[in-house]
Write a protein that binds this ligand. Structure first.
Ligand SMILES: Nc1ncnc2c1ncn2[C@@H]1O[C@H](COP(=O)(O)OP(=O)(O)O)[C@@H](O)[C@H]1O
Ligand SMILES: [Mg+2]
Length: 370
């Protein structure tokens, strides 16, 4: 608005001045007191003066808008992260890792706690936060064991998965890695220890190689190809004109959902973390590639502490322990046969989800959670 007023005023002033020069100058020129050439020269000089004046006015505007942008940038820089490392944080102890979730209660932080003041005016905020989504969740995964989480959509399975690598802090209770509270561990060592593959694996606007090396910067060309081969992605990458140097696009939009998922699985295979969490990691794959990737994952999971969510029946059966999560609580736990015999929620889920598919056709098995 300021700029509009300024420019309009300036235009008006210069137009009036020009009219004055021609009017008055013309009058004197007709009376012979002034030379016509001088009048025209004066008018020209006046228009030449106008251009730098406008530039000066808009420079002021540029400075003003830059200042506003600065304010926004500093607002983000000044934002204190919710998760902060304590000053004398220690790395995760060496050796096999046990994961324990002890009496955990958790609510997602409400939007006003995590968003920026200047964004609140323009964006519609997610109003879901603040409600408790986990109540008294406790379980322990011994080193090398596999625990499966099953339950209906919205039960809180992904939330549990996100608490283990400390993406959020719990409200009550504790999450422990190797019997150490994650809040006393360094963020870098947690990231190196826990590998999480989510349903919509995140890729950066970088090359295939760049995305893979994030998991393990010192990996050799051979190791990268080996991970791609085990994730059944090597043929596709080889067929691309620029191979490993293909840029995947923002969030990986140039790849299909299944390819994106296989690339994040390749990243996990390359990273070889001591704890593996799979949150519906094979949900976007068709049954043929799922069966193939499943083999690679079984290999990757062997002898690792692992937590797997909503899977094909064959994976759930292989688990050392099955936890049934409903409305933020663990309602049942035990082995497959044991839970089936108990005739509770698990048996119900089993009947509705796997009713017509026997264990032999497990590759075509519908996933437990759609
Ligand atoms: N970022 C978030 N902010 C607020 N609430 C969330 C967020 N993510 C999930 N929720 C809520 O937490 C509950 C559990 O979600 P989630 O753990 O994703 O379920 P599941 O993985 O079992 O389907 C749901 O009620 C969901 O609406
Ligand atoms: Mg989920």
């Amino acid at each position: 608005m300021l700029q509009t007023v300024f420019v309009t005023a300036l235009t008006l002033v210069s137009a009036l001045a020009l009219a004055l020069v021609y009017g008055l100058g013309g009058f004197y020129a007709l009376r012979g007191q002034l030379d016509p050439g001088s009048v025209v020269a004066m008018a020209m000089l006046l228009t030449r003066l106008y251009a730098p004046l406008t530039a000066l006015a808009s420079a002021r505007m540029d400075v003003m808008s830059a200042l506003v942008s600065f304010e926004r940038v500093f607002e983000i820089l000044d934002l204190t992260p919710l998760i902060r490392e304590i000053p004398d944080a220690k790395p995760v102890p060496d050796g096999p890792v046990a994961v324990e979730v002890r009496d955990v209660g958790f609510a997602y932080p409400s939007a006003d706690k995590v968003s920026l003041a200047s964004l609140e005016e323009v964006a519609v905020l997610d109003s879901r936060g603040g409600e408790t989504v986990l109540h008294d969740v406790s379980f322990r995964v011994e080193p090398g064991e596999m625990v499966a989480l099953v339950g209906s959509s919205g039960a809180g399975k992904s939330t549990i998965a996100q608490l283990i690598p400390r993406l959020y802090d719990v409200d009550t209770g504790t999450v422990l890695l190797s019997d150490t509270d994650v809040r006393t561990l360094t963020a870098d060592s947690i990231r190196a220890t826990v590998g999480l593959v989510t349903q919509d694996g995140h890729l950066f606007h970088d090359t295939v190689r760049g995305n893979l090396l994030l998991a393990r910067p010192e990996a050799t060309e051979e190791q990268v190809w080996d991970a791609l081969r085990r994730a059944r992605l090597d043929e596709l990458i080889r067929s691309l004109p620029t191979g490993l140097d293909t840029v995947v696009g923002e969030r990986g939009y140039r790849l299909s959902g299944g390819e994106r998922q296989r690339l994040t699985i390749a990243r996990l295979l390359l990273a070889q973390p001591r704890v593996v969490i799979l949150d519906e990691a094979t949900a976007h794959l068709d049954s043929t590639s799922e069966a193939a990737v499943q083999e690679a994952l079984t290999e990757a999971l062997a002898a690792r502490t692992s937590i797997v969510i909503a899977h094909r029946l064959s994976t759930i059966r292989a688990a050392d322990q099955i936890l049934v999560v409903e409305a933020g609580r663990i309602v049942e736990r035990g082995g497959h046969q044991e839970l089936l015999a108990a005739g509770g929620r698990y048996a119900e889920l089993y009947r509705t989800q796997f009713a017509d598919s026997g264990p032999k056709s497990s590759a075509n098995m519908p996933i437990l959670q759609p």
